[in-house]
Design a protein around this ligand. Sequence first.
Ligand code: ADP
Ligand code: MG
Length: 257
Amino acid sequence: MDNNPPISRPLLQAESLSRRFGGLVAVNNVSIDLHIGQLHAVIGTNGAGKSTLINMLSGETGVSGGTIRLDGIDTTRWPQARRARAGIGRSYQRTTIFPTFTVLENCRLTAQAAAQYPWRLWQAAGACTHSMSAAREVLEVAGLSSAAEKIAGSMSHGQKRQLEIAMCLATRPRVLLLDEPLAGMGAEESERMLSMLERVKQTHAVLLVEHDMDAVFRVADKITVMVNGQVIASDLPERIRNNHDVQVAYLGESPIT
Ligand SMILES: Nc1ncnc2c1ncn2[C@@H]1O[C@H](COP(=O)(O)OP(=O)(O)O)[C@@H](O)[C@H]1O
Ligand SMILES: [Mg+2]
């Protein structure tokens, strides 16, 4: 059956997170759980606090209140690099590829950067082989194997976004935070990205912020709806679709189609 609620304990557990910017409360008392094997979508109008929430989970922004636990360990005050090493991966809205390198080299570089220990120089050759196989593996998951030898900068916008996620996967995260990965994509590119997300969520805990409702309802196992920094509903997709508060507050009373 689709959309089974997971039975595992959450891998990432955020409790009562808040973030103030001066007088503005961008995120107000938000709790969210992420599980391996589950894609949790966060939706809401512009300015609802979705990116700020992701930034707090990744460590790019400090919290004003609340706690973030990874595998039961309090990571709330950890800097971003430490959280990344502990398995929290994220993609950015700006593209962060190395444009003159091939697609495969891009993934190998991030795999190597994540695996490298400077005091183990004598293992460099082995690490390189390992990074190469990790890179090929993530390209397969990303559906980019046939583009492995392409120069990254020459790819379409959609493929660059896929590569960016593949590069993140090459660092072997357990949690993947995605902020509007479908932005600016055509139908075919979106389709490829969604197929990729369906594969990736099998083995990762994914948080997806996305405006495209068709996409969200296709891939999400759970949906949290934010309005003005607060969660107004968090439930299975079918229940969100029929939730009156969500329809009124976010969807202007027209049912989600
Ligand atoms: N660094 C910042 N400084 C001041 N205000 C910010 C900052 N980042 C976000 N905000 C404000 O916080 C609110 C939530 O923003 P954001 O999290 O980007 O929303 P969303 O991603 O849902 O569109 C907005 O009003 C935005 O202007
Ligand atoms: Mg945003």
